[in-house]
Design a protein around this ligand. Structure first.
Ligand SMILES: Nc1ncnc2c1ncn2[C@@H]1O[C@H](COP(=O)(O)OP(=O)(O)OP(=O)(O)O)[C@@H](O)[C@H]1O
Ligand SMILES: [Mg+2]
Length: 257
């Protein structure tokens, strides 16, 4: 583990239904940094996010995940969340019958370190909704039901700013986000970094949301292998030349397995 990494993924392999998806993945994120995980469709990026968060769909077949100094490889998702890890889903949930505000209240109640009286809670979510240019009426609407892509993004950012996790893994949908939704995401990420000293691992194909961020490190995943890493200049390189240059690099790492 890098000495002061907040998240340290070491030699991590994971499978679903006997099929290995992640192969010996190494990835370190230091506190306060912004990392980007890129790679072609089906590479395993979302899977890495889910495995980091403890999704029981996946089986860890090797390696470890250390977060904030503790080995969390075997921990349940709620314990990881309490430890300060946050994952936004590529396809956010819909829960008919549950108003957004109740959902937010319940996620907060799961965090004993974040006790908030009801009045303070209402005030906080109203202020955040206002900051994110979100109609207050949404707080009383059923979670996710009939929300547009942009509205779902706003909810995600509201959750991020309310929960103030130590590390947020944002798995970004790239389709259907208009300029306004993109700016909501950028704004939310900025606020999280400034107000919460946030650390980000962003999974995306859409490099526009990265334009206003100082990206510290880029990781490229192909067929479940991390095949390249570098600084922010890799983003424009990938934009121009695509992933073609990395395809085949996973064969080389497989040869070493
Ligand atoms: N629950 C699952 N059951 C079966 N296969 C799965 C499951 N989750 C992921 N996979 C498979 O693992 C591979 C990696 O999927 P993943 O969603 O992690 O890719 P991705 O890099 O996030 O792709 P995209 O850029 O399209 O979002 C794919 O072949 C996918 O079909
Ligand atoms: Mg994905």
């Amino acid at each position: 583990m890098t000495r002061d990494a907040l998240l340290s993924v070491r030699d991590l392999s994971a499978s679903v239904d006997e099929k290995t998806i992640l192969h010996h993945v190494d990835l370190d994120v230091a506190p306060g940094e912004v990392h980007v995980l890129m790679g072609p469709n089906g590479a395993g990026k979302s899977t890495l996010g889910h495995v980091a968060m403890g999704d029981p769909t996946y089986t860890v077949t090797g390696g470890s995940i250390v977060f904030d100094g503790n080995d969390i490889t075997e921990l349940s998702t709620d314990k990881r969340s309490r430890a300060g890890l946050f994952l936004s889903f590529q396809a956010p949930v819909e829960i008919p019958g549950v108003p957004l505000s109740s959902f937010l209240r319940s996620t907060l109640d799961e965090r004993p370190d974040m006790k908030m009286k009801n009045k303070q809670f209402r005030k906080t979510i109203k202020e955040l909704a206002c900051e994110l240019n979100m109609d207050q009426a949404y707080l009383d609407r059923e979670l996710g039901v009939g929300f547009s892509g942009g509205e779902k993004k706003k909810v995600e950012m509201l959750q991020l700013l309310l929960l103030k996790p130590k590390l947020a893994i944002l798995d970004e949908t790239d389709s259907g986000l208009d300029v306004d939704a993109l700016s909501v995401v950028s704004q939310g990420m900025d606020a999280y970094r400034e107000r919460c000293d946030g650390t980000l691992l962003i999974i995306t194909h859409n490099t526009r949301i990265l334009e206003h961020l100082d990206v510290d490190r880029v990781h490229v995943m192909v067929r479940g292998h991390i095949v390249a890493e570098g600084d922010a200049s890799m983003i424009s390189d990938i934009d121009e030349n695509g992933f073609e240059q990395f395809i085949g690099a996973d064969d080389a790492s497989e040869a070493h397995e």
